[in-house]
Design a protein around this ligand. Sequence first.
Ligand code: URA
Length: 477
Amino acid sequence: MPAVILKNPSDFGEWRGAARDLLLRGAAPDEVEWRTGEISDLFDGGPVAAIPRAGTPPRVPEAFLELAEAVICHSDPARFALLYRLIVRLQSDRHLLSVAFDEDVAAARLLEKSVRRDCHKMTAFVRFRETPGTQEGRRRFVAWFEPDHHIVARTAPFFARRFSDMDWMILTPKGSASLNGDTLSVAEAPAQKPVLADPTDALWLTYYANIFNPARLKVKAMRAEMPKKYWANLPEAALIPSLIANASARVAAMAEQARQNPPAFHDRLRARRSTEEAPAPIGDLATLREEARTCTRCPLHCHATQTVFGEGPEAAPLMIVGEQPGDMEDLAGRPFVGPAGKLLDSVLAKAGIDRSAAYMTNAVKHFKYEARGKRRIHKSPNAGEIDHCRWWLGMEIDIVKPRLVVAMGATALAALTGRKTKVSDMRGRMHELAPGRALLATVHPAYLLRIPDARLRKEETERFRADLETARNWTYD
Ligand code: URA
């Protein structure tokens, strides 16, 4: 059996020359043994020369060249034979590569994928350290990397483009690459791991720790993206266990800080606003309403038509709190004017409550929705949005000083109590909201509108009326 001895384990040109010669001689794939190492002659010890040349120059599709250039870099010793088998078969089947389930094609695709992944990891995980010595003002850097495959020559052009303003050397057990001025060189010989230390390592670690966002942490995805085998050569890897361990505490601290600080762009808008007109100190509902008109505490203001503030007498003994304005309220600028508002009006009347004597408001003052074609579909506010808007609700309560606050639905209840609570756990009974101020929880009228079964809807509407009657009795009797 003839043996082909390749000098360079990943030189596609060298393999192609040998494969071409074998094809011309008509050598069958299982007649050839492929090896790498030092050679005096490309073909060693076999009867290749005895096989008559077929004569027709081999032709392969462009896609094969692309595939083979990647596969040749794999460290699997069987790759040369696999590629030769493919090239022989391609001479009689030009479309072979499109047969994804073909054993040879599938095997080559797997090797190609693994090489591409290795290249990607190399471009992401090479860490340069500065070394002394400059040439015409260019700084010099060295990096050590341990690839799975023979990918140094394949990835070197990426580094030459990316780091063209410095001289560098990347050393690996599978060869090295270097850039000196404009000259990019690649060598196949295995390199020794250098001793690398850089005074700026500490700076890099500080930077890494600061850009690490614990709120985005997904440990499984992180491990998949940055497998442990690369950690040994990544200075920042030493930080990872403690960053993961402290992530949840940092997220809690960030949330707490976010609750206290409005977003930065809000400050900028406020600064601009205050140069235009100094806001009057808040003391009455009219001023508060005016202030809320330009609220940017959370992003909901970006898409809503306007702030829908509460309405009603400034000293109303009863305050009724809903979730957020709906589509019609957003357009009208008034709370509870849409379908849920109409139902509420009729139940309030049955419960003996005069709507115009109560203060009607919402936990969140901007309409949150998802645009679907021409329709705006209601979306529930999230915990952060509720939290940002609590400031306004708190001010409304401080100014109106109601005897009783009715929370309709879970959002209103969360805004009033400051925690997520089930309506069913507190419903229909008096709770202390603050000294001298009671809280009663009930369902939201929109919930009643969504009940499909008419009998059940009637029963639930009766319970809602009973809750409002309890509210009326407590407030006015
Ligand atoms: N739903 C609410 O919670 N508030 C409104 O103003 C309208 C509908």
